[in-house]
Design a binder for this molecule. Structure first.
Ligand code: COI
Length: 365
């Protein structure tokens, strides 16, 4: 059989899609990442053939040989994006070419094949065209898109796999945090780092997230929703949270966020917030921020707001920083004003309620 190496996707409709009533019930209260749509995308790759057999097909389990390399050496990367329904019923996504480029950089770092941008963009169009009825129209809801790639060569030698597969699954979602946009507390972890100098911190690979799970448990045990990691060399400078970037706001309106040192994920939301703040005339500093600077700044009133941001969480206000033996900030404090107005502006653009002056949106349906 000759491989289909064209951009033309083969479409196979599910013979057992969820009924309209079942779908409506899920869309009424989707939570985050709990339910999946009726279809998925798959594209295969081998060293010999390159990318081939692009398909949109019924959602279902993958068949993996127990020797598949991803199961042993975690050669895996992923992306996070959303599809937004506008008031006129059309469906759009946000800066998808930035995700495509980041996935290529992640692939390079994990020695996986780079998926060409046009194939990535087409895969997003295909799944959303097939499952557009799953894109919620209620406020603050969207369809989360999860492109991912795995090495699936059946080989236990430790080297870059010669066989891989790319998939996209989709999940209707509400807020990432159970409390919605209510301010969260974050936990300063002292015993673990998220990523090392020269490691995979800037890549969106599953391993970074599995390394965050034990400290994340510690955060939950201490009543916090996310964990804050410091740099691995000095244990002194803010890096990022378990699954999102972090921003601080000074009383003069300056935004401060850790610079991209190679161990921090280059968030699409992070970059967009920086642009929107600069458009408003705010100073934005991307630099090293020591934990002492932040704690002292909170105590002196120099730092007045903080927030987490990412595709899944959008912009989430941080009320307090907790750690072994201390609480900085006020756990019951309301969300910061600048935090909430940046969140509003970003979501107004994403949901088509405000002009898209930077050309960030791409229509899918
Ligand atoms: C995202 O924000 O899209 C992520 O991939 C992070 C994860 C917490 C869901």
């Amino acid at each position: 059989m000759t491989a289909n190496t064209s951009l033309v996707f083969k479409a196979t409709r599910s013979s057992h899609p969820r009924s309209v009533a079942e779908r409506e019930e899920i869309l009424a209260n989707p939570g985050f990442g709990k339910y999946f749509t009726d279809h998925m995308v798959s594209i295969d790759w081998t060293v010999e053939d390159g990318w081939y057999d692009p398909q949109v097909k019924p959602y279902g389990p993958l068949t993996l040989d127990p020797a598949a390399s991803v199961l042993h050496y975690a050669q895996e990367i992923f992306e996070g994006m959303k599809a937004y329904r506008h008031a006129d019923g059309s469906v759009w996504t946000f800066r998808p070419e930035v995700n495509a480029a980041r996935m290529q950089r992640s692939a390079y770092r994990l020695a996986l094949p780079e998926l060409p941008t046009d194939l990535f963009l087409e895969s997003i169009k295909q799944i959303v065209a097939m499952d557009h009825a799953w894109v919620p129209s209620a406020p603050d809801m969207s369809m989360y898109l999860r492109p991912f790639m795995i090495a699936n060569e059946n080989f236990l030698g430790v080297r870059a796999a010669q066989k891989a597969a790319y998939f996209v699954i989709a999940s209707p979602v509400g807020p990432y945090f159970a409390k919605g946009v209510a301010p969260v507390s974050i936990w300063l972890v002292e015993d673990y780092s998220r990523a090392a100098h020269g490691g995979t911190g800037a890549a969106k690979c599953g391993g970074n997230y599995s390394a965050s799970l034990l400290p994340q448990k510690e955060a939950y045990e201490n009543g916090c929703s996310q964990v804050l990691f410091l740099d691995s060399q000095e244990g002194k400078y803010l890096e990022e949270l378990g699954g999102m970037n972090v921003f601080l706001v000074k009383k003069d309106g300056t935004l401060v966020t850790p610079d991209l040192t190679g161990s921090i994920l280059e968030g699409v939301t992070r970059a967009s917030i920086i642009q929107l703040a600069k458009d408003r005339g705010h100073k934005v500093e991307e630099r090293k921020i020591s934990i002492d600077e932040w704690r002292q700044g909170m105590a002196s009133g120099d730092y007045v707001e903080a927030f987490a941001c990412g595709t899944a969480a959008v912009v989430a206000p941080i009320a307090a920083l907790k750690g072994r033996g201390f609480v900085a900030g006020d756990e019951s404090a309301p969300a910061g004003q600048l935090t909430m107005s940046l969140r509003q502006e970003l979501t107004d653009i994403q949901y088509g309620r405000q002009p898209d002056r930077h050309g960030w949106l791409k229509r899918l349906v």
